[in-house]
Design a protein around this ligand. Sequence first.
Ligand SMILES: Cc1ncc(C[n+]2csc(CCOP(=O)(O)OP(=O)(O)O)c2C)c(N)n1
Ligand SMILES: C=C(O[C@H]1C=C[C@H](C(=O)CCC(=O)O)[C@@H](C(=O)O)[C@@H]1O)C(=O)O
Ligand SMILES: [Mg+2]
Length: 541
Amino acid sequence: MSTDADSAAALAEACVAWLARAGVTDVVLAPGSRNAPLLLALWSAAPAGGPRLHTRIDERTAGFLALGLTKSGARAAVVTTSGTAVANLHPAVLEAVHSGIDLVVVSADRPARLRGTGANQTTDQVGIFSPFVTTHDLAAVAALDAVPVTAAGPLHLNLQLDAPLVPAAPVGRATTEFVVETADSRQERLVNGEPADLQPGPRTVVVAGDDAGPRARQLAEAAGWPLLAEPSSGARTGDHALRTYRLLLGTDLGARIERVVVLGRPTLSRPVARLLEREDVEVLVVPCPGVWPPAPPGSTAIGPPRWAGDGPDDPAWLDEWRTADRALARRVDRFLAEQPALTPYDVAAATHAALPAGGLLVVGASSPIRDLDLVARPTPVGSRRKVIANRGLAGIDGTISTAVGAALGRQGSTRNLALMGDLTFLHDQTALVLGPDEPRPDLTIVVPNDDGGAIFSMLEQGAPEHAASFERLFGTPHGTDLASLCAAARVPHLRVTSRPELEQALASPNGGIEVVEAVVGRADRRQLDARIRSFATDPEE
Ligand SMILES: Cc1ncc(C[n+]2csc(CCOP(=O)(O)OP(=O)(O)O)c2C)c(N)n1
Ligand SMILES: C=C(O[C@H]1C=C[C@H](C(=O)CCC(=O)O)[C@@H](C(=O)O)[C@@H]1O)C(=O)O
Ligand SMILES: [Mg+2]
């Protein structure tokens, strides 16, 4: 049995104080018995300046909610009971590891003496997120005080909580005030290091992957280079960013590239991946958050890049890209306007167009973020249109939760939107289940529903020779009635089948969390995609 000084209640209170020192503003908790001391200590701390609380039933949802909160400026912890509850956090923790998000996991555990004895709900939680996340296995307050409050990525505190877990009397307001300290931002942590001076000369482009930040745009503008910025780069702004870069890489312009400066984590497209692997191209990579940052074979890691030229590089190079981009974008838009039915590209374009200055858009993996990459015009610098996505591992899991968390975490957001496919939406449907007292954001979730996984149609397995197995193995139609699913969770739902209906729905938000289902086709997706890709190289009729 632990001493009073290290009782479950004392350890729990010390943990809440540690969370405040760590800058944790929000705690997502899932109900349990072993973590009861933590839950009660958090309840007691909330009115005394402690973290904002969010309760979720499903720990996988809870983990992604905490991830979304942290990705949009809060710092969140997720607290679970012991056993499989902790294992349900693994997807969110892995995404945090690979995208460098400072998520805090607090897992309740039985005392070490019960490990290996067959005690109920007891497994080995020490190192459960290894090799990337170290577990601080804690049985005493003093040990907790020695845990650092920041790390490059997620932190895991495993608290050995011994009976008694629940005090005899109800807990009241905490006697001490909690001052939540401000944690430094991840990007600031990254900017340090010896600057790398870049000289003019080679035909250069800047590739801005996920979470690259504005410095990618600033470098492209200072040097006068074309900017190939993914939607969630934080750099797809200004007049150097090119909308159709992915297609242009397959043209003579792409072939003439001699140098690439990479910021953030490019994950979206094979043309960019192929560019970074070309032996005739010098690839300079700037450090980015997360483990395993981009390191294509033959690339060179550099410090924060600094333009060393007197004035911009060759303006003709940028002009060629801009001229080709404008022409190709016009051709794509004309082609999409000619389509008889609502396309996923229309859904992405309308959703992005509905994002006001100061707004937030969370994008799911698979086709939606790639559709957005093709149709989203770069936005004005300084308009603070924030686009985020879970690109650390590009999972389709936890996307609704990430969007709810990001909407709750972003201060002063003028509008919160999410865009995700139907399988992505279904994968995290438990995120729609919120208790009556839970903080609830205004969030419009747009779902291009093509009854399955369209992206596979555009990959090798979507080729005609695989038609016999495709639907069962990859298309995975489900026929789910999203309206009924939303009704079960009492979430407002609207189904649209045309762009005017979609634009009308986006222009008249319901308030709270709402779902706008846009019914689109999937059967012709491979042909649509191939036709659009052909525009870059086939002359216009
Ligand atoms: C957790 C997880 N499971 C499976 C995958 C593989 N995967 C990638 S895209 C996709 C289908 C997504 O379908 P949907 O969300 O409907 O988007 P669409 O491509 O149809 O627009 C799947 C299963 C993944 N990336 N992550
Ligand atoms: C479906 C999965 O992920 C794949 C999705 C798309 C990627 C891709 O190549 C899209 C086409 C393009 O960008 O040109 C594909 C890839 O990176 O090769 C991903 O594996 C999945 O199950 O992981
Ligand atoms: Mg789909």
